[in-house]
Design a binder for this molecule. Structure first.
Ligand SMILES: [Zn+2]
Ligand SMILES: [Zn+2]
Length: 359
């Protein structure tokens, strides 16, 4: 003592000592490097297979699930250093997996090697998504219609297909499910679990096919003092597409781009563009649909006209060049308007948003 030699605070033994001045024997009596629960509880939805972890539902690989259960069950000493953890697991049955755990590392001057076993037990719990699907739950209805006409089968298919494309590009969300869908007079209805999905889809369709939406909310009840509402989004696709030729105010125009309030129209016969509202165009007549237009090779040309082979009867024919012809074009896009082929100016203009390919 007089020489100031360190001693164990518990039994008086000499060094080596831990940071809190215990000899090895006393330290090991009071400390372990790790502690582990004997069992760990996991939950899985028997209907869809999602796991409930960290307070939320999601799909987990079995390895990830076991790692999370282990992280939850195993605790390492605060002063543990250079800790190594090795595991392997064995399946006991459908619901039980045993994880063997080996832990080694240092606390202060002392080396530890420990072993544990934890059984991960998986119980059934129906997830929120399946509960809601079963209860016919939905938050939003999308009504797909056209302005002023019936949607054709292929249009319905591409509109509905855009929801699948959209879902594939989004972060998965348990509320992104479809409760019910099917044809109705003049269109297609889809009920779904998420209002935000309905709104995102509506924006997506507007960007691609133009048109407008109208939202209505209905109160369906109360939950914890808060009104529970449902959203109905009515989407009206215009009766025309990008690249279509329209007759409007006695002139011919090409639909060039979609803006919020209506399309941008490009004159067919000269460099001129104008905006029109959805309402303005309710009376417009589609003279040539983009999908029915054809591309032909220019076989001969002079300053104002070009020769091409008529795709209808394979005869040589002459057509007036479009106003934007620069004398070097090898191909022309033609629309059958009233009763003749008309060469169309290019409508591609990156400043004006999305326009069809080849247009
Ligand atoms: Zn001691
Ligand atoms: Zn489920």
């Amino acid at each position: 003592m007089s020489r100031g030699e360190a001693f164990c605070v518990a039994c008086g033994a000499g060094p080596p000592h831990s940071g809190d001045r215990l000899c090895e024997g006393c330290f090991r009596e009071r400390n372990t490097l790790s502690e582990c629960d004997e069992t760990s509880q996991a939950y899985r939805c028997p209907k869809c297979g999602m796991n409930f972890e960290s307070g939320r539902w999601g799909y987990l690989e079995s390895e990830d699930l076991l790692q999370r259960r282990l992280d939850d069950s195993l605790r390492i000493h605060d002063r543990g250093d250079a800790v190594g953890i090795a595991t392997h697991h064995e399946t006991i049955d459908e619901r039980n997996i045993r994880i063997h755990v080996q832990v080694d590392g240092q606390i202060d001057a002392f080396h530890f090697e420990e072993q544990h076993e934890v059984i991960v037990r998986t119980s059934n719990m129906i997830c929120t998504t399946c509960t809601r699907k079963d209860g016919n739950y939905y938050e939003a209805t999308m009504q797909i219609r056209s302005a002023g006409r019936k949607l054709e089968e292929n249009e319905l298919e591409e509109l509905r297909g855009s929801l699948d494309t959209l879902l594939a590009s989004m972060e998965p969300d348990p509320m992104f499910f479809i409760t019910k869908e099917g044809p109705v007079v003049g269109g297609w209805d889809v009920t779904m679990g998420s209002k935000s999905l309905a709104r995102t889809w509506a924006r997506h369709m507007i960007q691609r096919w133009g048109g407008q939406t109208k939202e209505t909310h209905s109160v369906i009840g109360q939950k914890d003092g808060i009104e529970v509402t449902r959203l109905t989004v009515l989407y009206r696709r215009p009766g025309y597409d990008l690249g279509d030729v329209l007759r409007w105010r006695k002139r011919l125009w090409i639909v060039g781009a979609w803006l919020k309030d209506g399309p941008i129209l490009l004159a067919l016969n000269r460099h001129e563009k104008t905006g029109a509202s959805w309402r303005d165009l309710e009376k417009a007549v589609v003279m040539s649909r983009f999908i029915e237009q054809v591309e032909v090779d220019i076989l001969n040309r002079d300053a104002s006209a070009a020769e091409f082979m008529n795709p209808q009867d394979y005869k040589m024919q002459t057509v007036r060049l479009p106003y934007d012809d620069d004398g070097t074009r090898l191909r022309l896009r033609l629309g059958w308007i009233t009763d003749e082929w008309v060469a169309l100016p290019r409508v591609r203009n990156p400043d004006e948003g999305h326009v069809p390919r080849g247009g």
